[in-house]
Design a protein around this ligand. Structure first.
Ligand code: ATP
Length: 374
């Protein structure tokens, strides 16, 4: 039996606890099926933590997160700056990976979209250095871009492009070449965005087999709703990546299915892309798929970091179960269904058990699970 994986857990605010519960339900099932030992540690953070403990990110939570193997986080509310933005900087989680992919089982306006936004996660306007002058009539914010941070995120983007290329079959490869597009606004901000672009261009020289191009952020926003299938890896500074990833999620079915990873070289925090959705909190209709795809990314990372095939298999089975359940119309209203959050996660758990035992929904033996690629 391998050592247990210590997962620090931020349940968040708004719909956070509702979808976090789904993650725990499904992780419990996967853990039983694959004998993956998890040690879940509660690390309160966010608006509720501020109310309960006087701090959005109490020291005890921060220390427990730092001592864990990884953090699984649901969205927090108004205190995002003091929780997630702080954690990204304090733990040097410099790469924010946000995939946007069409799934056959989720309706969307486009097809054949399979892209990932690789967003620099520690600087730009998110250094949150703002100040007022002139009796509050003038506000200034610092935008900081360094060569070091720009080059390391560029390297991450090119490596991801190569990994994605390696995982494609020959038909997919002929349809899409490995490519990285650097998104910027260097025509207006030649110093800051200019440095980002220059740094990324320099790194591109080390990757002759990945097509490199650049695009103004406004053009990128337009192309995302014009020909989103043309993108492979989109490399962005912090702010543009935040905005474009909400847009990219709508292109493939909405925020209710959008997951993300925040990576350093030896730690990771996984969370949905969306916020705490106060408009639907407490109604039991939040889509748990954003959290479950987040769990899938977490299992893949654990599997690759620890060379643990059980985690990789669990990730594949989770996606297969999501596919079956969603295809049989057990889904939340945001993606065209009528089911509640708990119904969806329960059905996915049951489907995991069914598929693991090799039996389909009609009680017939499954010959081969059709597993979809991330
Ligand atoms: P933030 O600025 O913190 O990212 P936001 O203001 O962009 O938050 P979100 O909380 O991300 O807002 O929600 C945007 C919209 O997406 C809302 O209408 C919300 O209900 C919807 N939404 C977000 N997450 C989900 C989900 N898991 N299931 C269903 N709808 C969701």
């Amino acid at each position: 039996m391998p050592r247990s994986y210590r997962v620090s857990c931020i349940e968040g605010d708004g719909i956070g606890p509702e979808i976090f519960k789904s993650a725990r339900t499904v992780l419990g099932t996967l853990s039983d099926c694959y004998k993956i030992p998890f040690d879940f540690v509660s690390t309160p953070a966010g608006d509720k933590a501020l109310k309960d403990f006087g701090e959005a990110l109490p020291k005890t939570s921060f220390n427990a997160i730092r001592e864990s193997d990884l953090c699984l986080k649901a969205p927090v509310g108004e205190t995002a700056k003091d929780t997630i933005v702080y954690l990204r900087q304090a733990l040097d989680l410099y790469a924010n990976i946000r995939p946007a992919k069409n799934y056959s089982f989720i309706e969307s306006r486009f097809s054949n979209v399979d892209m990932v936004i690789v967003r620099e996660n520690t600087e730009d306007l998110y250094v949150c250095r703002e100040f007022l002058e002139d009796d509050g009539k003038k506000a200034t914010a610092f935008k900081i871009i360094t060569q070091k941070a720009s080059k390391r995120i560029a390297k991450a983007a090119f490596e991801i492009a190569l990994q994605r290329e390696a995982s494609r079959n020959s038909k997919e490869r002929s349809a899409k070449q490995a490519s990285v597009v650097c998104v910027h606004k260097a025509n207006v901000l030649p110093v800051t965005d200019g440095l980002f672009l220059k740094s990324c261009t320099e790194v591109s020289k080390d990757y002759p087999n990945v097509a490199f191009s650049q695009m103004l952020v406004d053009t990128a926003a337009m192309n995302l709703v014009r020909n989103p299938d043309s993108f492979d890896v989109m490399l962005t500074p912090n702010m543009y990546g935040d905005i474009l990833s909400d847009e990219a999620s709508q292109v493939v079915g909405g925020l209710g299915i959008a997951s993300s990873a925040n990576l350093s070289d030896d730690f990771a925090l996984f969370e949905p892309v969306h916020g705490c959705a106060p408009d639907i909190a407490g109604k039991g209709i939040a889509n748990p798929l954003s959290m479950l795809f987040t769990v899938k990314a977490m299992l893949e990372w654990l599997g690759s970091q620890n060379d643990d095939p059980h985690c990789i298999d669990a990730a594949k089975l989770l996606e297969s179960a999501v596919s079956s359940v969603t295809s049989s119309n057990i889904k939340t209203p945001d993606i065209g269904g009528k089911s509640k959050t708990d119904q969806v996660s329960r059905a996915i758990s049951e489907e995991i058990v069914r598929q693991k035992s090799g039996v389909n929904q009609d009680g017939e033996m499954i010959k081969e699970n059709v597993l979809l690629k991330w």
